[in-house]
Design a protein around this ligand. Structure first.
Ligand SMILES: C[S@@+](CC[C@H](N)C(=O)[O-])C[C@H]1O[C@@H](n2cnc3c(N)ncnc32)[C@H](O)[C@@H]1O
Length: 367
């Protein structure tokens, strides 16, 4: 059975995700802003969830259509082949969002879409009564953008940035999916030496160590579609065993991390241990003022960016120090439009990225 898949990603990482989708065997790949679509089968579904490092989740694309009326919205969901994935007893809540569209009331859209899904499944299972919805979760998701509707079925459950190694922290960590994408844009290799002078919870270092050892990003966690009856267990088993076979811990990789906050140092080591890569990392408490470059290392970091005036001034002082002590190759993600001026040098390459809702640039200094 050929299935159409879709994965959202951070804006700016579509090309990175496209490449990852090719590597897991996706075919007929198409790219749009913040999303990549492809065709595949159950094996592709398991491989995608386990291996895609920059996708936010993996969804099945059930239908795409235009709707300006509730009747069109109803018909679009009613045409979707829901019974191929959702069993007679399964739960199928609906959620989503609408942007710049005639149908803008989310509760009203949810209600209509749910009604259409119930009707389709009642017909498919020859039932007149209510569906029990006591089985496994099949989260239906919709997006309406300029009256163009897409209906998805989520297969991941928790977002794929949750790798299973990071404890929640209040240190403004960068998302694992965004960090993985930045490492890719910075052309990280398995023998690259990596530094992060603002390591926080250690995301850049842990993601790079795991990448160097070829540890698949989702190997330590479970996915919603593992509970679905329609997906054969063999798909998950073989995707996990392929991923395990690829792991190589005899790599030259080394990572150095520093942070002014002793709690960050402790947290990075705790997370690295959970992620199985602590032996590759050297972490110490250190102020950026005392930074000493590591020969041949590439630096990846997201320094603090203050949102209030005082914080912003302090953050800009840090960028000035960075300009004095850090050397290329260096990749900095920062939300302050004045970063380059404070740093004292124009970047060789600039890419627009979003860190959550904050519009940022990835400043790459290459020489
Ligand atoms: C935005 S966070 C980095 C988050 C990190 N990338 C992660 O994924 O967890 C910025 C970090 O810079 C650290 N920091 C602030 N001022 C510093 C300084 N003067 N020297 C070194 N680290 C500093 C903070 O303690 C914080 O952990």
């Amino acid at each position: 059975m050929s299935i159409r898949f879709s994965a959202p990603c951070h804006f700016g990482l579509e090309k990175v995700l496209r490449f990852e989708v090719t590597r897991i065997g996706g075919t007929d790949i198409t790219v749009q802003d913040g999303r990549v679509n492809w065709s595949g089968d159950w094996d592709t579904l398991a491989r995608a969830n386990i291996n895609l490092s920059v996708a936010e989740r993996v969804q099945i694309l059930l239908n795409e259509f235009k709707a300006e009326t509730f009747e069109e919205l109803f018909q679009g969901m009613y045409q979707a082949p829901l019974e191929q994935f959702i069993g007679k007893e399964d739960a199928f809540p609906v959620k989503g969002h609408s942007v710049n569209s005639t149908l803008h009331s989310i509760p009203a859209c949810q209600k209509i879409l749910k009604k259409a899904a119930v009707k389709r499944l009642q017909k498919a299972y020859h039932l007149n009564s209510f569906l029990p919805e006591t089985g496994s979760l099949h989260q239906l998701q919709f997006t309406i953008l300029k009256n163009q509707v897409s209906i998805y079925l989520d297969t991941s459950g928790e977002g794929l940035h949750k790798r299973g190694y990071r404890r929640n922290s209040n240190l403004a960590p960068i998302r694992e999916t965004l960090a993985a994408g930045i490492l890719d844009l910075g052309r990280l290799r398995s023998n690259t030496l990596v530094c992060d002078p603002f390591c926080g919870s250690g995301t850049f270092l842990i993601e790079s160590a795991r990448r160097a050892c070829q540890i698949a990003s989702g190997l330590d966690r479970r996915f919603q579609a593992e509970q679905w009856e329609c997906v054969p267990d063999s798909a998950w088993r073989s995707a996990r065993s392929e991923a395990l076979d690829r792991i190589d811990r005899n790599v030259e990789f080394e990572g150095w991390g520093w942070d002014i906050d002793p709690e960050a140092v402790r947290l990075t080591m705790e997370n690295a241990k959970k992620a199985g890569v602590e032996k590759f990392l050297h972490i110490e408490q250190r102020d950026i003022r005392d930074f000493h470059p590591v020969t041949d290392a590439v630096t990846f970091c997201n320094p603090p960016y203050g949102e209030r005036m005082l914080e912003q001034r302090e953050a800009q002082q840090i960028y000035r120090i960075m300009g004095k002590v850090l050397t290329a190759p260096l990749h900095v993600i920062c939300g302050d439009p004045d970063f380059e001026r404070c740093f004292g040098k124009k970047a060789d390459k600039r890419r627009k990225l979003y860190n959550g809702m904050i519009s940022c640039q990835l400043y790459s200094y290459l020489k």
